[in-house]
Structures are given as structure tokens and as C-alpha cells.
Design a protein around this ligand. Structure first.
Ligand code: SF4
Length: 529
């Protein structure tokens, strides 16, 4: 079969397509975006009619994928790790409903926070919801595992998390395509109550879920992805999870590792294999990219008698992305010589692009706010967050998707005046509509800026779910028509824009100001056509 050069994200997507995928759902977020985009732009997927439209947010995406699974077809839902917080409600409950057609929750974690607000580890969610996790150690496994994940999902009627990390998501390797599976036909659940979480059914389903976990442990114990490699020197045993296994191998290219290695790429943890290693070896080093999840499981809260090394005792750094050099130090191997980083690839501070429409919005907002001083502007996730930086210094918060409006409402409730929210168009569609409804219901004295650049810019120009609909949505949520103001963020409209913003600040109630101008990068694309 074909050999393809693919990113980890793309390998997972190709695996899902070859395994008979019928629908992909997701919301863009680095480093997960390329999983969905690969399916979206794939010719075979188009010919087959695989569903592949971005969803408004991760929660709706998760629910839509669950709906496809309900019909017996195979579905994938994609998101970044913080997106799983948004999808947590249906995600946790999907463990209790179980699945009908195979369901993969593909989540890309971002250790080191390259483009995220936190470093959380999705394996915690798997354990919390009693949902199995597959964690590929390389791109080929990302491809192969999707077949096994769908099969496990259908065999035990459970969703399966496929957890990637940034470095695997965004690096390429050659992939062998192995087989192609036909899509499932529509077949409704045998048990008509399976997806009805009335308390009486939910209690039964939860009992089954707990029992299922024993089977999942057995699956892990016998998984081809969890492998014990023996070694001569038992003074140390290495438990290497996911990409961490690749890093162990990278540090032993010249000679075999002398220590036993337990490779773990499927969870729940394979108990017998771990006991074998703990009994055979004097010390255990746990190599995992992300949080010390396995290390915490092994230590327990009170039992510190095991001689365990890892992220918690400082053998490996507690925070930040794992890499082969950090592992080399932990293994007490001689460090590889390092090279000077050339000027051209050195880190540069981020900034709004030259010509970005948000620049003119911030200039107008800053001028209108001059008389009130700093500390009044709550912002959101996306390009406009860059308005925090000089020369704008225009915003005072950035917490999670949608929090700009809710925080502005809370601050207004506390008596802060003026209280301003700044959110992007796509983020408004993702999580901004419900807090705007709160603002209307509580008659909060807020001005909400919805910066409409007609695209999801920061994650790579995906379509925004609300393009062309923002005024109607605001009207529908109860904002008064005369306080929905569209402005053109251009220098020659500056004075007019400042005057409009001041008028809305002076209005005691909910105002929406929509600065509307496309991101300059889509303007370029439009011109190229
Ligand atoms: S990508 Fe577009 S919206 Fe984002 S900073 Fe650049 S011009 Fe502005």
C-alpha cells in the first residue's frame, strides 16, 4: 500500500479515514487543527461524502460526533486539550451512554504551553471518565492505533481518547497505509435506552461502565502497544509513555538500552506489567510528556516506599515539554553538544500583524477610554489578545473562551464603570453568546466589542460559525437594535469610531460594538483568486 509523509495529526486523520470514518467534528486549536483539516481537504473523504464541517465549539462537536456514533457509524471529534474542558459535559457522559458506532476523541495536548493557557494532561480526563486512552509514540502508531481504537470502541461500546502532544502532532514521518475498511451502515442501538440518561438508566449504565473498566485493564495488559523490553541492568527500570518512549530510543541509537523498558501507549495502566517492573528493578524512572500522571498513580497519595523517579522528585523537570536532552540528563548520559541558535529562527515576541484591523480598533478604544484610566477591559482568546502588548496595552484579562463578556458582567455587577469586553467573532460563536444573554437578562452596564475579521485567524484561517449573522444573533439575544453599532476600523474613520464608542459607554445598559474588517491574510487570499 501507499507510503505517505505525514504529521502526527495527519497520520491520525488518515488512519481514521482508512478505518471507515463517516464524520469528523471539531473546533480549531493548536496543536490539533491539522487532524480536522486533513479530513476536510482529503479528496477521498469528499468523494465518500464524509461529514467534515467545523463546529461552533468543542461541546457541540462532541455531541454531534456522539450523534453519529448513535447511528452505528464511525466518528471522530478533534480538539486541543483546553477544548476538552469545554466538551467535558458530553465527554464524561459519553462514557456512561457508551457508543454504538466507533467514537474517537482526538485531543492534542500542549506541554510547555506553546500556544495555550495551561499545560493540562488529557490522560486525567480518561481516568476521570473511565474512558480508555491511546497515546501513540510515533506517527505510524498514530495511524495504526485509529483502527484499534475504533474496534475497541465498538467492541466494548466506549469512546476512546487518542492523546497526542505538540511535538508528535507537528512533526513528520513516513507512514505505511495498511488497509481500508468500509464505512458502517446505519444501525440504531440494540438497547433503545442506552442513550437515555434518566437516573434509572444512568445508574445501570454507570455500573456497567465501572465493570467495563476491568475489561479495559485486561485490554491494556494484552495490548500490542504496551510492551515490556527486558534489560540486563535492573538497577533502573524505565516506564516510558507515548512519545517519551521515542525519546528513550533516540537516546540509545548507538547501543541497546541496558535497563528494562516498559512502553505504555494504552490506558488504563497495565497493572501486571507495572508490578513486574517494580518487583524486578531497584528504581523506576517514569518518562511522560505532560503532567506526572503515571507517576502519581504509582506513588499513590501515602505510599512513598517505591523508589520512583520522574517529574515529581525533579529527576525530570516538573513543568514544560519533555525532550530527548532532558531525558539524557536524567539517564546520566553525556549531553550531546549543542549549537548556537541562528538569528533567523530565534524566538521573536508576538505582535498584531502590520495592517491588522484590530490595531485601529484598539487605538480608538484606548482614546475613548483615556479619561477612565487602565483596568476596565476584559479580553478573550485569539489575535486580539495581542492588544495586551505595547504599544496598545489595551486589555486586562485573558482567561478562557468567552470569559471576556462574563468577567465584564461580573465587574459591572461590582460597580466597575465602564466595563468593556473584547471578543473575536469566532470566539463569540464558540462561547460568547450565552454570557451576552446573561448580560441582557441582568441589564448589565457593559460594552461588548465583537471584533469581526470574518475568520478564525489565530489557528490558521478556518471559517467562523457566525460570519454574516452577528447582528441578528445579538438582536435575538435581546440587545437593543440602536445599541448594536458596526464600525469600520480604519485610520480615516478614527474620530467617528471614538465618538460611537463614547456614546455606547455613556449608555446605561448592554451595548455591542462590532468593528468589522477582514483579517489582512484573508484579504490577500481573496485578491489572489
Ligand atoms: S492574523 Fe489577522 S487578525 Fe490576527 S493579528 Fe494578523 S492580521 Fe490581525
Amino acid at each position: 500500500m501507499d507510503k505517505l509523509l505525514l504529521l502526527g495529526d495527519e497520520a491520525l486523520a488518515q488512519g481514521a479515514l482508512d478505518a471507515g470514518l463517516s464524520g469528523a467534528y471539531g473546533y480549531p486549536g493548536t496543536p490539533s487543527t491539522e487532524i480536522f483539516e486533513y479530513v476536510q481537504h482529503n479528496k477521498e473523504a469528499a468523494q465518500r461524502g464524509v461529514h467534515r464541517t467545523w463546529s461552533a465549539n468543542e461541546k457541540t462537536a462532541m455531541e454531534e460526533a456522539l450523534g453519529m456514533s448513535y447511528t452505528g457509524k464511525r466518528a471522530i471529534v478533534t480538539m486541543k486539550h483546553v477544548g476538552l474542558n469545554v466538551a467535558a459535559d458530553p465527554f464524561v457522559n459519553s462514557g456512561i451512554t457508551g457508543t454504538n458506532g466507533g467514537l474517537i476523541v482526538a485531543v492534542a495536548d500542549d506541554p510547555s504551553m506553546h500556544s495555550s493557557q495551561n499545560e493540562q494532561d488529557s490522560r486525567h480526563y480518561g481516568r476521570f471518565a473511565l474512558i480508555p486512552v491511546f497515546e501513540p509514540s510515533n506517527q505510524q502508531e498514530a495511524y495504526d492505533m485509529t483502527f484499534d481504537a475504533f474496534e475497541l470502541s465498538e467492541h466494548l461500546k466506549t469512546p476512546v481518547i487518542m492523546r497526542l502532544v505538540t511535538r508528535l502532532s507537528h512533526s513528520r514521518a513516513g507512514i505505511h497505509r495498511t488497509k481500508r475498511v468500509n464505512e458502517n451502515k446505519i444501525k440504531l442501538p440494540e438497547n433503545p435506552n442506552q442513550f437515555v440518561l434518566l437516573p434509572a438508566f444512568a445508574r445501570q449504565n454507570y455500573k456497567k461502565l465501572v465493570e467495563k473498566n476491568k475489561l479495559l485493564e485486561e485490554e491494556s495488559e494484552n495490548s500490542k502497544y504496551n510492551v515490556y523490553h527486558d534489560g540486563k541492568d535492573k538497577s533502573l527500570g524505565i516506564i516510558a509513555c507515548g512519545l517519551g518512549y521515542n525519546y528513550v530510543k533516540e537516546n540509545h541509537v548507538e547501543a541497546e538500552c541496558e535497563f528494562p523498558i516498559l512502553k505504555i501507549c494504552q490506558y488504563p495502566l497495565p497493572r501486571k506489567l507495572i508490578v513486574k517492573m517494580v518487583e524486578e528493578c531497584d528504581e523506576i524512572l517514569i518518562v511522560e510528556d505532560g503532567m506526572p500522571v503515571v507517576e502519581e498513580w504509582l506513588r499513590g497519595y501515602l505510599d512513598n516506599s517505591l523508589n520512583i523517579k520522574g517529574r515529581m522528585d525533579g529527576t525530570l523537570p516538573r513543568v514544560g515539554e519533555l525532550d530527548p536532552a532532558k531525558l539524557r540528563t536524567a539517564l546520566k548520559l553525556t549531553p550531546h553538544p549543542t549549537k548556537e541558535i541562528p538569528e533567523v529562527v530565534k524566538g521573536r515576541p508576538p505582535e498584531l500583524c502590520k495592517g491588522c484591523p484590530h490595531r485601529d480598533t484598539y487605538l480608538a478604544l484606548n482614546e475613548a477610554m483615556k479619561e477612565y484610566g487602565p483596568g476596565h477591559v476584559f479580553a478573550d482568546i485569539g489575535c486580539y489578545t495581542l492588544g495586551f502588548l505595547s504599544p496598545f496595552n489595551a486589555i486586562n484579562s485573558c482567561v478562557d473562551m468567552g470569559a471576556s463578556i462574563s468577567m465584564a458582567v461580573g465587574a459591572a455587577d461590582a460597580g466597575l464603570f465602564p466595563s468593556i469586553a473584547v471578543i473575536g467573532d469566532s470566539t463569540f460563536g464558540h462561547s460568547g453568546m450565552t454570557p451576552l444573554l446573561d448580560a441582557v437578562n441582568s441589564k448589565a452596564n457593559v460594552v461588548v466589542f465583537i471584533l469581526d475579521n470574518s475568520i478564525v485567524a489565530m489557528t490558521g484561517m478556518q471559517a467562523s460559525a457566525v460570519t454574516g449573522k452577528i447582528e441578528d444573533i445579538c438582536l435575538g439575544l435581546g440587545v437593543e437594535k440602536e445599541h448594536i453599532r458596526v464600525i469600520n476600523p480604519l485610520k480615516n474613520h478614527h474620530d467617528e469610531n471614538v465618538a460611537i464608542i463614547k456614546e455606547e459607554i455613556d449608555y446605561n445598559g448592554v451595548s455591542v460594538v462590532i468593528p468589522r474588517r477582514p483579517c489582512i491574510h484573508i484579504v490577500k487570499k481573496i485578491r489572489k483568486k
